[in-house]
Design a protein around this ligand. Structure first.
Ligand SMILES: Nc1ncnc2c1ncn2[C@@H]1O[C@H](COP(=O)(O)OP(=O)(O)O)[C@@H](O)[C@H]1O
Ligand SMILES: [Mg+2]
Length: 328
């Protein structure tokens, strides 16, 4: 029995007896137009609605001071001749040599390349965690490469959501507790925090798992919590560094399905992966080598992670390989 007691006004749409079995029940998937199957057959329709309840990127908050106005012609990410050199003792490591790239609203970009090619360095710069040695970085029309640390931290908190390979969840906090935290730092009122927190958890299909601790969730569910946490301040950009790196192939499909669904709703995503099998779900691939971009091309027919995930589940169920039991 799940603890649905905390569900808000629309709890009638989520049967309190709903178990996680729907997440591995391919029949229930048939009825569901979204990827958020894990919360039960009746939830998918309002999961879509819930997207409207969370802040829709930075654009949607005109009440805020310093609101960054985004027009469709302004790239979310615009880096110009970016270089990053690390100096260790007398050694200079040119992690990024000369990177120019524009990413527009609604894009889903896979950043690829071998180990050491500069992917994480690039993501750290784009995520305002670090500053370039040379070059300019314009985030949603604002020059951020020369901001102070405090200003960078503020931009980071409001504009960028991060998802990591290792989830990075607080183990003692519930799913909801983890998702609420970034809003505490952002100074969001308590009521609004609850509303948004529950909204994003439902959005990623965890409406019936809000009170579970990370240890009580599967790897895929934990990564969903991390995605919800990344979305809760309404970022302009979601950055994911190897988000499926710790997950088996079926769970990787599950997470890619969530990311694809969010992207289809307009979320701009930049994802590092060294796996072509994951990068084929993006709409564009940018390959790094030795700190340079060596390939940048659209994915003409991106795979549908949801379709493939559903197929796998059906196949496994048909072969009785999936135990349809409630996860704890
Ligand atoms: N903090 C750092 N200090 C010194 N060198 C670094 C640091 N971070 C990365 N590097 C070096 O920069 C290069 C690019 O690293 P990285 O961006 O982590 O590549 P990738 O993520 O593609 O594996 C590598 O040679 C790496 O050793
Ligand atoms: Mg890396």
């Amino acid at each position: 029995m799940n603890d649905d007691s905390g569900l808000p006004e629309d709890s009638d749409q989520v049967p309190s007896s709903q178990t996680s079995s729907s997440g591995t029940d391919p029949d229930s998937l048939d009825q569901q137009p979204t990827v958020t199957d894990q919360t039960g057959a009746n939830q998918s329709s309002h999961v879509i609605q819930d997207l409207a309840t969370i802040p829709q990127r930075a654009v949607a908050r005109p009440e805020e001071a310093n609101t960054i106005l985004i027009s469709t012609s302004t790239p979310i990410v615009d880096v110009r001749n970016l270089a990053k050199t690390y100096i260790i003792g007398r050694t200079r490591i040119r992690a990024l040599q000369d990177i120019s790239l524009k990413v527009y609203q609604g894009e889903f970009v896979a950043v690829m390349g071998p180990s050491g090619s500069g992917k994480s360095t690039f993501m750290n710069l784009v995520g305002c965690l670090d500053r370039p040695t040379q070059g300019e970085y314009w985030l949603a029309g604002k020059l951020v490469s020369s901001l102070s640390n405090d200003e960078l931290a503020d931009i980071r908190n409001r504009q960028i959501g991060f998802v990591f390979q290792g989830f990075h969840l607080l183990s003692r906090s519930s799913a909801l507790g983890n998702v609420l935290l970034p809003m505490v730092y952002a100074g969001v009122s308590r009521e609004e925090r609850e509303r948004r927190g529950r909204g994003v958890l439902r959005l990623v299909g965890l409406g019936d798992r809000m009170d579970h601790k990370p240890s009580e969730l599967s790897g895929g569910q934990q990564q969903r919590v991390a995605i919800a946490r990344a979305l809760v301040n309404g970022p302009a950009l979601l950055l994911a560094d190897e988000p499926t790196g710790n997950l088996d192939s079926r769970t990787s499909l599950e997470i890619m399905a969530v990311l694809q669904a969010l992207n289809e709703q307009g979320l701009t995503i930049l994802m590092v992966t060294h796996e072509p099998d994951i990068a084929r779900f993006a709409r564009r691939q940018v390959a790094f080598r030795d700190g340079l971009i060596v390939r940048d091309e659209p994915v003409l027919t991106p795979g549908s992670a949801k379709e493939e995930w559903t197929k796998l589940l059906k196949k496994a169920a048909a072969e009785h390989k999936v135990q349809v039991t409630e996860e704890r």
